[in-house]
Design a protein around this ligand. Structure first.
Ligand SMILES: *[C@@H]1O[C@H](CO)[C@@H](O)[C@H](O)[C@H]1NC(C)=O
Ligand SMILES: *[C@@H]1O[C@H](CO)[C@@H](O)[C@H](O)[C@H]1NC(C)=O
Length: 219
């Protein structure tokens, strides 16, 4: 009897574990759409649904992604992210996209999307792109992409794109979350508010504190 019970418990535990693994992704949709209701005060994972009878075609629409973006900034690139905050109809659907403009020598600096895999295609110019695998290998995987080429940046890995060419480059990215999130490595490590103490960063980066203070002052 007691062993029957413990067997049952183990079966239940295994079932619960595999179930929670399945839920680590967006749950399967239970309706055609769940257009974001930006007025709702209810806090959920994502946004609550707008009354379907009030949903308009424009909840699924955006124009203007053809317009080149300004790259007059320190890294000479500009990411225009189109997520569920921009198109409410994307809520619960597990996808978003970005237009990325690069001036010559423009860099989309090393960053992570904590919640999405990215699929990128080059529409103009050429890009040197790469990602780094996790510990302990830390293998750098790179490729030069030309117009029409497609590349995958796996979820959670540090990646970057650099415009090696003499002309502007343009890429479109598609991401497997309605809200992929971005962690730009340099900005978060050296530009956090309040800043991380130079004691910690000098040990982590194996350089003296003055060097850390100088880098922090750049962010
Ligand atoms: C990106 O481009 C838009 C439109 O040109 C501009 O308003 C914005 O400031 C740019 N962002 C950066 C970081 O340069
Ligand atoms: C970092 O923060 C400390 C206080 O926590 C401050 O004394 C120091 O000046 C800051 N450094 C930079 C580079 O902002």
């Amino acid at each position: 009897m007691a062993s029957d019970l413990s067997l049952l418990l183990i079966v239940a535990l295994v079932a619960a574990l595999s179930f929670s693994q399945a839920l680590a992704r967006d749950p399967g949709a239970l309706q055609d759409f769940c257009v974001a209701d930006s007025m709702s005060k209810v806090i959920v994972n994502g946004f609550t649904c707008k009354n379907p009878e009030l949903v308009k075609v424009d909840d699924f629409f955006l124009s203007g992604l053809n317009v080149p973006r300004s790259t007059m900034n320190k890294v000479a690139s500009n990411v225009t992210l189109i997520n569920a905050n921009i198109i409410p109809g994307l809520n619960t659907l597990g996808i978003s996209m970005a237009r990325v403009d690069y001036a010559p020598r423009g860099l989309n600096p090393p960053h992570i999307h904590p919640r999405a895999t990215e699929l990128q295609t080059v529409l103009e110019g050429s890009l040197y792109v790469g990602f780094i695998t996790s510990n302990p290998e830390n293998k750098l995987v790179t490729k030069v992409l030309n117009k029409g080429d497609v590349f995958v940046f796996p979820q959670g890995l540090i990646h970057f794109q650099f415009n090696l060419g003499r002309t502007r480059a343009l890429a479109m990215s598609f991401l497997s979350s309605q809200n992929p999130g971005v962690i730009t490595i340099a900005n978060t490590i050296f530009g956090s508010k309040p800043n991380i103490s130079d004691d910690i960063l000098s040990k982590a980066f194996q350089v003296d504190k003055k060097t850390i203070d100088w880098i922090q002052s750049q962010f």
